[in-house]
Design a protein around this ligand. Structure first.
Ligand code: NAD
Length: 477
């Protein structure tokens, strides 16, 4: 049993004022594996006060000092790789095939931010003015469970690069991973109060951070509904807000695509992180002329997806993170059938042949066809391994369907002709469009159009979002 009964504030692990105990589960068995004592509003306010005290000294540090800190943090997180790997698999059921990325990404995010900082121009000449990019102040960093260490380290890295101190509110469901990351970050020996990590409920700790007058900036990753609540509570004090929210990303297969490459890529795009990914390509747009071919290949591919024990290296779809998430996926599959979509693979219930996991929150990798874009399963984010095939008549219609969504986070275009794919990609309204690829570039901006968010993370756009330009004009400038 993992017992987590402290939060991190002012450079120390302290007992929270909050007393609520929250159960942690192993999603592969459903068993309770630990308990976390949650922070409350008073803890959030104390953490904000600590970050505020640390701000004057930290905001005056120079680039070299911050770069050294980022490398120290990266080394410290890298040193806990094995522990983190075990927690990532045990706490949210990341399949082993994905878990490696989950534990390397936070370290890379810290190092990449150090690299970015080295070249970032804090002082700029604009007309007759000298413009300096100033840290915004105390930053509230609120993160989801589906890439806990990556979001904590990525957001903290950017705050540190900018000269902001931070109060971090990770998901209550990731307390074990948070504990390991916190111990690692603590071991790097940064100044007390520079970052504070307070695990608690969103509507208590998160809401306190997003409304507190001493917090200047919120960087949030999570659902669109929570993002809207945060934006509302941040409005009174006009906080700068970056929101990384949900998606319903289209994968467009053009009629000249080589299906032997396109189908595996499309399935990977849909089922990455067991389908619990904001960038999952969950709407597969297929030319009617090749529909039968795609249906046959995709059905075979989905049936071959190994769903089960996340510790098995051949598993690509692990359990859903929680019972609630399992029920949510079941409900969407049911709605898909009720609204007239045709099941090609999977469906409600647990995967066959896995009685030993009957207590775990396993779902069946599911493929629907004959899906229309006005159906619920094409419009709402499911956050599980459910892929919908939507047929289209021509390229114009494919682009129209792709863009007919409240979301605009990511899109995928698959074609045998890269110039043509590029022309289509240019017309998709999404923060990132990937052509024949699942690549990621940390120097490129990441974030969404429309209700997928506000602002961007990564690269210089991500750093800009923690800074405010200040112009000096007149004599002596
Ligand atoms: P969530 O919105 O339920 O929770 C995210 C965080 O917000 C948690 O720490 C939660 O405690 C906190 N929170 C909840 N209510 C709050 C409130 N009123 N005020 C302040 N904080 C509050 O999301 P989740 O279920 O943890 O994560 C899944 C969602 O995250 C999906 O919708 C997914 O698309 C999205 N996501 C987006 C990205 C991206 O970069 N765009 C990446 C990963 C996940």
């Amino acid at each position: 049993m993992h017992t987590i009964d402290t939060i991190y504030m002012d450079g120390r692990f302290v007992t929270p004022h909050g007393t609520e105990l929250f159960d942690l589960h192993n999603p592969a068995t459903g068993a309770v594996t630990g308990r976390v004592r949650l922070a409350d509003e008073e803890d959030a306010r104390a953490a904000i006060a600590a970050a505020k005290r640390a701000l004057p000294a930290f905001s005056r540090t120079g680039k070299a000092e911050r770069i050294a800190m980022l490398h120290r943090l990266a080394d410290a997180v890298a040193a806990r790789r094995d522990d983190l790997l075990d927690a990532v698999i045990g706490e949210y059921g990341a399949p082993a095939s994905r878990a490696d990325f989950m534990v390397d990404h936070p370290v890379n995010a810290l190092r990449e931010t150090a690299e970015l900082l080295a070249d970032y121009p804090f002082l700029r000449r604009m007309g007759t003015a000298e413009v300096s990019m100033e840290p915004l102040g105390v930053a509230g960093l609120i993160t989801p469970w589906n890439s806990n260490a990556g979001f904590i380290c990525g957001k903290l890295a950017t705050a540190i690069a900018a000269g902001c101190t931070a109060v971090i509110k990770p998901s209550e469901m990731s307390a074990r991973q948070t504990r390991i990351v916190t111990e690692a970050l603590h071991a790097a020996g940064l100044a007390p109060g520079l970052f504070n990590i307070v695990t608690g409920r969103g509507d208590r700790v998160g809401a306190t951070i997003s409304s507190h007058p001493d917090v200047a900036k919120i960087s949030f990753t999570g659902s669109t509904a929570t993002g809207k609540a945060i934006l509302r509570s941040a409005a009174d004090t006009l906080k700068r807000v970056t929101l990384e929210l949900g998606g319903k990303s289209p994968t467009i297969i053009l009629d000249d695509a080589d299906l032997s490459q396109a189908i595996p890529l499309a399935i990977n795009a849909a089922f990455m992180n067991s389908g619990q990914a904001c960038i999952a390509g969950t709407r597969l747009l297929v030319p009617r002329s090749r529909l039968a071919e795609v249906e046959a290949l995709a059905k075979a591919a989905v049936e071959a997806v190994r769903a089960g024990d996340p510790r098995d290296s051949t598993t690509t779809v692990g359990p859903m993170v929680s019972r609630t998430q399992w029920e949510r996926v079941q409900r969407y599959i049911r709605i898909g059938v009720e609204e007239g979509a045709v099941l090609l693979a999977g469906g409600e219930g647990r995967p066959d042949g896995q009685p030993e996991f009957s207590g775990g929150w396993f779902v069946r990798p599911t493929l629907f066809t004959a899906v229309r874009n006005d159906m619920t399963i094409a419009r709402e984010e499911i956050f599980g391994p459910v892929l919908s095939i939507l047929p289209y008549d021509d390229e114009e219609q494919a682009i129209a369907i792709a863009n007919d969504s409240i979301y605009g986070l990511q899109a995928y275009v698959l074609s045998g002709d890269t110039a043509r794919a590029r022309r289509v990609a240019e017309r998709i309204v999404a923060g990132r469009v990937l052509i024949n690829s699942l690549t990621h570039d940390p120097k490129a901006p990441f974030g969404g159009f429309k209700q997928s968010g506000i602002g961007r993370e990564y690269g210089s756009f991500g750093l800009d979002a923690f800074l405010e330009p200040k112009a000096l004009l007149g004599e002596g400038v």
